[in-house]
Design a protein around this ligand. Structure first.
Ligand code: PLA
Length: 420
């Protein structure tokens, strides 16, 4: 007893100091510009509050949606499937169906086994796995990222320690694509550069190149020998038809590019929290694809070992059954159409209020988001005075707009922008 007292007495001063200094230098992290908005929304007690921050689809009553095809798949899975580990690369059946959506139902590339693909932790995990792969095997490379882009792209490639460059994408005055600027940047980048492209429904701008423009982009990539990495987080949300939304990728495939794709079922199947997606890398031949896949698995193993099984089962159950797949396609279209309807309603409401600004871009832009052109200060006023929550870059998640809140939203936007 006496001895213990003596020892603890001797070390206590120093021990206490070092214990308190373990994390003494850790400062609070800045709030995430997107998910931080949800946190602030949840903390607001106002009954009038509206969340058009994160891109999460809501029905016209503002409620989260579980698709009927998902409910039916869950019913079929329950009590039947076991919960064993998936292989490191994930569910073979899920990947098979997922590749068909991106590369085409009858793709020769799939038949020739030229695609290295692994199930990923949704779209974010696919991007991160690719960034880590890029760093490991092309350690001196950089990534060209559009301005603007989904904010997390910057974090992903930063944490993978891949240096970032940017390329022109959005033209603030026209509120459309800065095609000339983009093409210049593609031409001026060192040959063999990596480029991040949004396959469809660009986040946050809602501005996509036209088919003709994609063809020109693909041509210039060929000339320069660039590597296109497609983030396809919204397949189906642009046009309502996943097949049509894969057009950009198909154009690049026709031109014979070797590409990478991040796919996500968060939005188009409403599987946000299930974290199910796919990373694929198109290779020169089967042998290369086998090698690349083994290395992707090697990256996954010490990070999370293998991906979650439930979401993969849902996806493979739906896409493996023609009737359920048909139902899914119908439900994707319903979601896309409701968003398009809300674009029209928001624009019409603003025009009816006599807004001095032009709001044509609300209906011209595509996908989940409207890049409104509002300033951070105007967004702050929306939040402070009207309890409307959105990202400070002026992005409105149209998926959170409903018949019930569109009038309130339009009125508030009019109030903060009318004297601009
Ligand atoms: N890529 C893009 C372009 C995205 O917009 C998102 C999600 C992802 C990838 C990743 O999605 P996943 O990992 O859930 O599959 N963007 C959201 C959510 C919807 C977020 O920020 O995480 C957004 O509000 O922008």
């Amino acid at each position: 007893m006496a001895l213990r007292n003596t020892i603890s007495g001797r070390i206590s001063g120093r021990g206490r100091r070092s214990m308190s200094s373990w994390w003494g230098s850790v400062e609070p992290a800045p709030k995430d510009p997107i998910l931080g908005v949800t946190e602030a929304f949840l903390a607001d007690p106002s009954p009038h509050k509206v969340n058009v921050g994160v891109g999460a689809y809501r029905d016209d009553n503002g409620k989260p949606v579980v698709l009927q095809c998902v409910r039916e798949a869950e019913r079929r899975i329950a009590g039947h499937s076991n919960m064993e580990y998936l292989p490191m690369g994930g569910s073979v059946k899920m990947i098979e169906e997922t590749l068909k959506l991106a590369y085409g139902e009858n793709s020769e590339l799939i038949k020739d086994k030229r695609i290295a693909a692994v199930q990923s932790l949704s779209g974010t995990g696919a991007c991160r796995l690719f960034a880590d792969f890029q760093k490991r095997f092309r350690p001196d490379s950089q990534i060209y990222i559009p301005v603007p882009t989904w904010s997390n792209h910057h974090n992903i490639w930063r944490d993978a320690q891949v240096p970032q460059r940017t390329f022109h994408y959005y033209h603030p005055e026209s509120k459309g694509l800065d095609f000339a600027g983009m093409m210049d940047d593609i031409r001026n980048a060192p040959s063999g550069s990596f480029f991040l492209l949004h396959a469809c429904a660009h986040n946050p701008t809602g501005v996509d190149p036209s088919e003709e423009q994609w063809k020109e982009i693909s041509y210039q990539f060929k000339v320069k020998g660039h590597f296109p990495f497609f983030d396809m987080a919204y397949q189906g949300f642009a046009s309502g038809d996943p097949e049509r939304d894969a057009k950009s990728i198909r154009i690049f495939l026709e031109d014979g590019h070797l590409i990478g794709i991040a796919q996500s079922y968060a939005k188009n199947m409403g599987l946000y929290g299930q974290r199910v997606g796919c990373l694929s890398v198109l290779c020169e031949d089967e042998k290369q694809a086998v090698a690349v896949k083994s290395q992707l698995q090697q990256l996954a193993r010490p990070m999370y070992s293998n991906p979650p099984v439930h979401g993969a089962l849902i996806v493979s159950t739906i896409l493996g059954d023609p009737d359920l797949k048909k139902l899914w396609l119908k439900e994707v279209k319903v979601m896309a159409d409701r968003i398009i309807g809300m674009r029209t309603a928001l624009r019409e409401n603003l025009e009816k209020l006599g807004s001095p600004l032009l709001w044509e871009h609300i209906t011209k832009q595509i996908g989940m988001f409207c890049y409104s052109g509002m300033t951070p200060e105007q967004v702050d006023r929306l939040t402070d005075e009207f309890h409307i929550y959105m990202t400070r870059n002026g992005r409105i998640s149209m998926a959170g707009v409903t018949t019930g809140n569109v009038g309130y939203l339009a009125n508030a936007i009019h109030e903060v922008t009318k004297s601009a």
